[in-house]
Structure formats: C-alpha cells, structure tokens
Design a protein around this ligand. Structure first.
Ligand SMILES: Cc1ncc(C[n+]2csc(CCOP(=O)(O)OP(=O)(O)O)c2C)c(N)n1
Length: 531
C-alpha cells in the first residue's frame, strides 16, 4: 500500500533504502548527508529489522564495512559528504574491481556553493574514474525510487553503484509516496570469489571485464526510466539537464519547455541519446550542478562541431549552485527581479557558542603564545574549533582537511618550526588524526597536540564520537609518553592551570598531547532536558 509522507531528500533516500531490504548503513557524518543515517537510526522499522546503523570512525572504514556486508550477500549503504569520497577513495575505486555481491550503494552528498565545506568537488568524477555506474536524482520522489533501483542494479550487475545528491536535494522537503518494505537478503557468498582477491593476476582479468561491463552499463543508461528525452518544437537549442538542474530548467517553463530536453539521471553517459539530441538541435546547453563533468565529456563524444553552452563556456555560472533564476539567461529569458539574499536575510557570521569549551581552550592558548612564543604556528583542523580562526580569537594558521593538523604540525616541526602546535577535535582525531600522531611519535617530533574534546561530533549536530572515554589510552597506545598526556577542564576558573600545562608541554622536547575536556554545551543542554 502506498502512503504519502513529507520528506527531506536525505530522508526519502533513507526510507527508500530501508524499504529496499537494507541490512546496514555505514557512514561518517558530514553535511549534507548526515540526516540519511540519522533517519535510519531513529526509525522504528529500522530498529525492528535490526539494520546496522552505528557511525563509523571515518568514510574509509564505512566503505570497507559495507563492502564486507555486500560480500556476504546483504544490501549495504554507505553515506558521506563529497570530501568523504577522498577519504574512502582507495576502497571505493577498488570496489569496482571486486564488484558487489549483495547490493552496494555509495551515497555522496555534494555541496556546491560550499555552504559547509572546503571545496566544491563533484562526486560524479569518482563514478567515471572508478567506472562505477552513477545515479543522480532530480526530485525527492525520484530519490526514493532510485535508491531501490540502484540496489537492484547493483545486484543484477554485481557492481557497486554511486548515488550523487546535492545540498538542495538533500535538505529540501517534498511529498513522497512510499511503499512497503521488502525482506532483507539471506547470507550468500560471491559466485566469482577470485575477483575479491585483488592480486595482479586476478585484477588484470577483472579490469578487462569491468571495461566490457561498462558498455552494458551504458546500454542500461540509454534505456533507463531515469533518463528521459522530451522533444520540443524549438530545435535551435537542446538542453541536457542533469539531476536537480532539471528542475531549475523546468521551473522556468510552467507551460512546457519549448526546447528538446534530455533529463539525465543515470550514467555512464548515454551517448546515443546525446548524439540524437546533437543531430536534431542547433546547439546544446548543459545544465549540471557542480563541476562541468558532462559538458567536458560531451565535447569528446560528438562527431560534428556544435556550439556547446554551459558552465565552461560561461552561459551558466562557473561556480556555486545553479538556481531557477541564474539559468534564465542561458534559456534566453529575461532576468527576474529578485532581492539579493543579503537583503532578505541578515547575514550572521558563524561563531563558537557562548560557553563552549573550545573558547576557553583558545583563550588560554592565545595568552600563552602571545606572551611567550611570538613565532608559534597553530595547525588546526575541521570542526567547530575551526571557528577559532575568526574574531575574537584569530588563533589558527591552517585548516585543510580532516586530520591535517597533526601531520602539518609534524612537517613544520621537521622543517624547524617551534613551537609547532596542532589543534584537533576528538572526532577528527579518531577519523584521521591517529595515524599522524603515530608518525610524530615514531620520529619524536617536537609538537604539541591539543585534542579539544567536547565528547561529541559537534560540527555536524552532536553524533557519537568514536573515541569518547578512551582518548588518553589511544594516545598512550600510539606511544605518547603518558607523562605528556595532560587532561584539563576548559573553564574560565581553570585558566591558570591550563596556561601552565600548555607552557610545560610546549617546553617538552617531543610529542605531547593536551586534552581540554568538557561536554559540548549543545549536547549538554539536550542531555539535561532529557533528564
Ligand atoms: C572527510 C570529511 N568528512 C566529514 C566532514 C564533516 N565534518 C567536519 S568537522 C567534523 C567533525 C567534527 O567533530 P570534532 O572533531 O569532534 O570537533 P567538534 O565539531 O565537535 O568541535 C565533521 C564530521 C568533513 N569536513 N570532511
């Protein structure tokens, strides 16, 4: 029986996966993907069905665990934000070589306009690069349906599937018709076990079949119900609209689009459909969210030179999100009178919450460094504490990607920098800081590592943090001298002690770790309210 629910794109995806017989979701939080896993964690049906839904330490461990679940025949989902694809890339790219057994779908949530990310990378490149079929929904309803189709595709062709969504799809709500859950798969082992042992002899054979299979995946894309060719009377231009960009185009033509439109939501690129459009139209407009992935590909596909317009050629903006308004010029429509966002909503610069322990940590660190160590450099990382770069703290010199603080501090120290300080959050530390700390310990690098522990993954809304309660043991296990693992409570009343601790550990010649520990005030509020 179908029923209607008002769902975020993320929730439609999660519900679709549960109803498609999911056995486990493996994920590390990251905007705008977090709500997929949270929906499954909160859902009574998921609980009844015993679906695995605990957070993983990082995207690579998530991807590998899901691959293991697929190996034993069950349906597994991996979710992450786009930069998480970089972290799990080794496992992801090689999963095209092993193939899948139980359905395996990897969801990458891209963040064009960088609302909460360091870059605007487009995950479809990873699909093409790994030769993994990629799905890109254009509506919440399609997201719901597509995730089930992606699992079916994955099992039919024994290949992982990448599903790419973007911020607006993930975080906007629409009415979605949902169906009934299908049972989970039984345990069942791969029929081609050699493929799962990627030694050169096996891989060489497998790589050739993967290339052959991609021809089949392309044929699937040519006849996919998610790719649609809608003819139109005005052949001066044909529009290729990918994923959510399809909506931005169609919203401008409530009476129907006069141009032929190829809605693209499944790759590899269906080149026959593209060629058909090129042969019938005077020019092509490529509307895609993110980077000009398809625009670049199409230039290599067409036999006849044809004007191709898009993000590369400048008809559409090269950076940032597309909107129904900013595609109008490319459609030959007059600009709409809209007030700039800054007039509609007052911009509010982000800041650390009042009462946050990171504030006290930075206050103490700044005082020590400004007074005693004018040459200090602070290599920070990604999390709430990155806001230490802004007023009033201006406390950090770098923020690159998760885990980079400790390793950059090490490299700088190797290059003669003193003091070389790393600031990293507890979740970021277990995500990808631990291996860097091991490098530093092995070389006795002269660095001071501050693990600012708020007992949660604060930045993404307060998910469990993988090392909570065990950070000192982890550091000691990695070889940090226990005498130089110091725990302090970041509160104004403890300033004197914190400053002294920082000073002593900077003076220690070797690796030291300072752990300022106090619960995130947002999660503390929630915990108190529950009590
Ligand atoms: C590879 C990657 N995955 C996920 C994210 C999203 N993200 C940014 S910071 C962060 C974790 C922050 O937690 P923590 O280190 O404990 O610091 P806090 O925010 O609690 O201060 C996450 C999940 C990201 N930026 N990059």
């Amino acid at each position: 029986m179908m029923k209607k629910e008002l769902l975020l794109g993320d929730e439609a995806l999660a519900w679709g996966a549960v109803n498609a017989g999911l056995s486990g979701v493996f994920a590390y939080p990251g905007t705008p993907s977090t709500e997929i896993t949270e929906f499954i964690q909160m859902h009574p049906v998921a609980r009844e069905r015993g679906i695995h839904c605990r957070w993983s330490a990082n995207e690579k461990t998530a991807m590998e665990a899901a691959l293991g679940m697929s190996f034993v025949g069950k349906r597994a989902l991996v979710c992450m934000k786009h930069v998480g694809m970089n972290v799990c890339a080794d496992a992801f790219v090689n999963s095209a070589m092993t193939g899948a057994n139980g359905g395996l779908v990897v969801v990458a949530a891209d963040d064009p306009s960088m609302h909460s990310s360091q870059n605007e990378q487009d995950s479809r490149f990873y699909g093409k690069f790994a030769m993994i079929p990629t799905f890109e929904p254009s509506s919440q309803q399609e997201t719901y349906e597509m995730i089930g189709a992606a699992f079916d595709f994955s099992e039919k062709h024994q290949i992982p599937v990448l599903m790419r969504i973007t911020t607006r799809m993930a975080h906007s709500r629409a009415v979605v018709e949902v169906g009934e859950p299908r049972p989970q798969n039984e345990l069942k082992y791969p029929e081609k076990p050699r493929q799962w042992i990627l030694m050169p002899g096996n891989s060489r054979v497998r790589y050739k079949t993967l290339i052959e299979e991609n021809k089949l995946f392309e044929q699937e894309a040519e006849r996919s119900p998610f790719n649609r060719y809608c003819d139109g009377p005005d052949k001066s231009m044909g529009i290729i609209a990918c994923g959510i960009a399809y909506n931005y185009i169609m919203e401008n033509f409530p009476e129907g689009c006069p141009f032929p439109v190829l809605k693209l939501s499944q790759y590899p690129l269906p080149t026959a459909l593209v060629r058909r459009m090129a042969s019938e139209c005077g020019s092509l407009l490529i509307a895609e969210e993110g980077q000009p992935v398809i625009e670049e590909m199409i230039r290599g596909v067409l036999d006849t030179p044809l004007p191709i317009k898009g993000r590369l050629s400048g008809e559409l903006p090269r950076t940032g999100e597309l909107t129904p308004d900013n595609v109008r010029g490319a459609l030959g429509l007059p600009a709409r009178e809209v007030a700039p966002a800054s007039q509609i909503a007052q911009p509010r610069p982000p800041a650390l919450c009042m009462g946050c322990g990171h504030r006290d940590m930075y206050t103490a660190l700044n005082e020590v460094l400004h007074e005693h160590y004018k040459t200090a450099k602070v290599f920070s990382d990604i999390g709430c504490y990155t806001l230490g770069s802004l007023a009033p703290f201006h406390a950090i010199d770098t923020c690159v990607e998760m885990g980079a603080s400790i390793t950059m501090a090490k490299g700088a120290a190797d290059g003669g920098q003193f003091p070389s300080v790393a600031v990293i959050g507890d979740s970021t530390f277990t995500h990808s800081g631990m291996t860097g700390l091991l490098d530093a310990v092995n070389e006795g690098s002269n660095i001071t590592v501050v693990i600012s522990d708020n007992l949660t993954t604060g930045m993404t809304g307060g998910q469990d943090s993988a090392g909570t309660g065990r950070l000192e043991q982890i550091c000691a296990g990695l070889g940090v001298d226990p005498a130089h693992i110091r725990v302090v409570v970041p509160l104004p009343k403890n300033m004197e002690e914190i400053r002294r601790t920082i000073r002593e550990e900077i003076e220690h010649k070797g690796v030291s770790v300072i752990i300022p520990r106090r619960e995130c005030i947002q999660t503390a509020k929630r915990h108190n309210a529950k009590k």
